[in-house]
Design a protein around this ligand. Structure first.
Ligand code: ATP
Ligand code: MG
Length: 307
């Protein structure tokens, strides 16, 4: 860990850019999900897998170094949001990409169906409590975006939210998008670098992965019949995701539409995007002032004098 010479970071950044840029959306106007192919690998084939794995390992090392600087500098924080249909590989991407980072500087939160305590508050509340502190990376495995996805696909969920009826109008989704845009703008202005991932898996690949969960005993635990039910709403989710990205992709909180049919490629793109996000922060170790230098010299002397 932390062995990547800083000289090399620029090089890694350049390479990362090649993998992240094609999938980055900073302006949602006219965005169409169908313009993005879940099978895309930027022309890399199976024979390139070993090289991709190597690149990922280098990326993971670079991430560790960048995170160390983020922590030392203690000014920015980084929020990574992961959204996807079931079995798209959120958990695996998080696990692999963040495998090198210091656990003390990184926290993962998974947002499932809201509890009754969550429902006693506004829809952003439970996520806002989990925002990363300065110097840290926070990962949201699902997020407040579910409020414009699963809740939009199943509007009956709104009834449990105990909102004053006068506030539940046809405009509610637009209002939520507006609120999300405002809050992300606010966070960005306060030093939170936001990076959002939609792992874009195809319906065909999801079926294959569900079948594996059913057929392989070691994967049975991952299977949930609720996931298969949700699959029935594919088109509704497709449209909802498209709208989410259209409405909330901005330069300060971009979406990355990551092809997710090939897990090895998904991980390379996610790592590249995180590297890109961190390098944009111009991180560096804090400069040591004159007084501190004196203290260091004195400490050195006294340590060397010790018998
Ligand atoms: P896994 O890969 O393990 O399946 P997961 O993120 O799908 O991970 P689950 O426990 O299967 O985790 O599912 C969480 C469920 O909670 C999802 O179906 C999601 O849509 C739902 N959920 C998340 N946020 C909300 C919300 N605000 N309102 C209603 N349902 C929500
Ligand atoms: Mg699930």
């Amino acid at each position: 860990m932390n062995s990547t010479p800083t000289m090399k970071l620029k090089d890694i950044e350049r390479r990362a850019h090649k993998f992240s840029k094609p999938f980055r959306v900073t302006d949602g106007k006219g965005f169409r999900l169908d313009d993005y192919d879940p099978e895309d690998t930027l022309h890399l084939g199976d024979e390139d897998k070993p090289r991709a794995k190597e690149a990922l390992a280098i990326g993971v090392d670079a991430l560790a170094e960048l995170q160390d600087m983020l922590y030392a500098q203690d000014r920015w924080s980084v929020l990574l949001i992961f959204q996807a249909m079931d079995a798209a590989g959120k958990d695996g991407a998080i696990k692999h990409v963040m495998s090198g980072v210091n656990p003390q500087g990184c926290q993962v939160f998974s947002f499932k169906a809201p509890t009754s305590e969550d429902l006693d508050h506004d829809f952003l509340w439970r996520c806002m409590r989990c925002l990363p502190e300065r110097g840290r990376i926070g990962i949201f495995n699902r997020s407040y975006y579910e409020e414009t996805l699963v809740v939009r696909v199943h509007p009956e969920l709104l009834e449990h939210q105990r909102l004053p009826p006068a506030l539940v109008t046809r405009r509610i989704w637009d209002e939520r998008f507006q609120d999300i845009r405002c809050v992300e703008r606010y966070l960005a202005r306060n030093g939170v670098a936001i990076c959002k991932f939609f792992l874009h898996v195809s319906r065909k690949e999801q079926k294959k992965r569900f079948l594996e969960r059913v057929e392989k005993p070691e994967k049975n635990w991952k299977f949930s019949s609720a996931d298969v039910r949700e699959r029935g709403f594919w088109k509704e989710y497709h449209d909802a995701y498209e709208d989410v990205i259209r409405e909330t992709a901005t330069p300060h909180a971009p979406w990355y539409v990551v092809p997710a049919d090939n897990k090895w490629f998904t991980r390379v793109v996610v790592a590249a995007a995180v590297i890109e996000t961190l390098t944009r922060l111009d991180l560096h170790y804090p400069k040591v002032g004159k007084d501190k230098l004196k203290q260091l010299a004195a400490a050195r002397q006294s340590l060397l004098k010790e018998k």
